[in-house]
Design a protein around this ligand. Structure first.
Ligand code: GDP
Ligand code: IMO
Ligand code: MG
Length: 427
């Protein structure tokens, strides 16, 4: 069972950090393959809480080698401050490997992210403002700066010039902003070169060798399936591929090497930023989910939009990722409701629809069709086995499993590492 992908099955914040950390002690490598510091992954170990943005959650497991793959976009200032923050708390980060092909987020990318959002006004995406979209845009436009460019000053100067020539025209003429001085950018980037050097390596080679030697490699997704630039609710998405295929391109590992794909699935639904969300609640139930679930963004501190579980989305995640398992998180948050609505299908223009519509217009018109499942009031946070759960909680899990198209192999009943019911082993 050498290579597993662990990814978000909804709109992000499903609990990927906790799930990755849980597996961290039993795997040899944990790899981020896309996204950047738009991610906020929370890991709770004993009384210690960590918020990881760019570093793979496996960094907290001493035996595990953390890897930042070529598909990730790296803000070097954020990376270095995250590393030093962990070092200050006694975490050894010396084993980190970073792909030399990963693209750099520079200050002009964060500037472009913010001015573009402002320019869009009411049509904005609600990005995290971390420069993610503009950095991926430069990558695809072939004017990006890669980590390896830090080690050839003349190439770096040429590339930053090429990237800024065009952007400065836009900044000055369209956004009425001052042009960015390319020499200053180069000077700043060069200050990171020596600090990053010990970590930079050919991660594709390392990971393929590891898999061939039978080592266990875990790919940790950022964001989630519905935020995928190809398979999500475009244009209200991030600019990378969190879905399973992204692990292959974002780490340089072929699909034949991936043996298992685990979808992290919240027992209800949340979303941050703009875009359609059929089961969103605007009433006291939504407020209660937000309050009890602590649904506030780890990266931006924004309140998360909350709603009931949506089985149409879960089925879609199974389909586009080829999920083999689900890890259902935050079941404990639903304790106390007499009845829990679950969206089993949509009504779109008077018709019942069982699968996620490919048309954006249809999805915007989708109204949830709910089935009511009986709730439970017993505290489930101490449950260690499926049998420890109240009958109605068991029935809720079984119903979700049936609707979602893949076995639920683990259940989260609290934020801590040990607050997990393992039904089938992931390894
Ligand atoms: P990620 O981005 O997918 O890693 O998720 P976040 O860390 O942004 O948000 C998930 C939140 O839920 C964090 O505060 C976690 O500590 C917390 N969490 C994860 N699993 C559980 C669970 O099973 N129960 C409860 N109550 N909290 C959980
Ligand atoms: P984790 O890994 C939830 C959302 C933003 C916005 C959209 C585009 O913690 O699950 P971007 O800055 O990526 O260009 O913003 O994507 N978004 C997330 N939502 N969890 C995340 O990460 C997210 N990363 C980006 O809110 O709607
Ligand atoms: Mg998060």
């Amino acid at each position: 069972m050498p290579a597993l992908v662990l990814l978000g099955a909804q709109w992000g914040d499903e609990g990927k950090g906790k799930a990755t950390d849980l597996l961290g002690g039993s795997v040899d490598y944990v790899v981020r393959y896309q996204g950047g510091n738009n991610a906020g992954h929370t890991v709770v170990v004993g009384d210690q809480k960590y918020a990881l943005h760019l570093l793979p959650s496996g960094i907290l497991s001493p035996s595990c080698i953390p890897v930042i793959g070529n598909g990730v976009v790296v803000d070097p200032a954020v990376l270095l401050s995250e590393l030093s923050g962990l070092n200050d708390r006694g975490v050894d980060t010396s084993k980190l490997l970073i792909s030399g092909n990963a693209h750099l987020i520079t200050s002009y990318h964060t500037t472009m992210d913010k001015v573009t959002e402002r320019f869009l006004g009411s049509r904005k995406i609600g990005t995290t403002g971390r420069g993610i979209g503009p950095t991926y845009a430069d990558k695809i436009n072939r004017v990006g700066i890669r980590i390896q460019d830090l080690y050839d000053e003349s190439i770096l100067i040429q590339k930053v010039d090429a990237a800024l020539d065009f952007k400065n025209q836009i900044l000055a003429k369209l956004y009425n902003r001052r042009a960015i001085d390319s020499a200053k950018i180069v000077e700043e980037l060069l200050t990171y070169a020596d600090q990053l050097k010990p970590y930079v390596s050919d991660t594709t080679l390392v990971l393929n060798n590891a898999i061939d030697e039978g080592k266990v490699v875990l790919f940790e997704g950022g964001q989630g399936t519905l935020l995928d630039v190809d398979h999500g609710t475009y244009p209200f998405v991030t600019s990378s591929n969190p879905t399973a295929g992204g692990a292959c391109t974002g780490a340089g590992v072929g699909p034949t090497k991936i043996s298992r794909v685990i979808g992290i699935l919240k027992a209800y639904t949340t979303r941050v930023g703009a875009g359609p969300f059929p089961t969103e609640l605007f009433d006291e139930d939504g407020d209660a989910l937000r309050r009890i679930g602590g649904e506030r963004g780890v990266t931006t501190g924004r309140d998360r939009r909350c709603g009931w579980f949506d089985a149409v989305i879960a089925r879609y995640a199974t389909r586009v990722n080829g999920l083999t398992d689900f890890f259902l998180t935050k079941l404990d948050v639903l304790t106390g409701w007499e009845q829990i609505p679950v969206c089993v299908a949509y009504e779109i223009d008077g018709k019942r629809v069982e699968e996620l519509p490919y048309s954006q217009t249809d999805f915007h018109h989708a109204k949830p069709i709910y089935e009511m499942l009986p709730g439970w009031s017993e505290d489930i946070t101490k449950a260690k086995t499926f049998a420890d759960l109240p009958k109605n909680a068991q029935a809720y899990v079984k119903a979700l499993e049936e609707m979602s198209g893949a076995p639920i192999s683990a259940i989260g009943v609290g934020p801590g590492r040990t607050e997990t019911i393992q039904i089938n082993s992931f390894l």
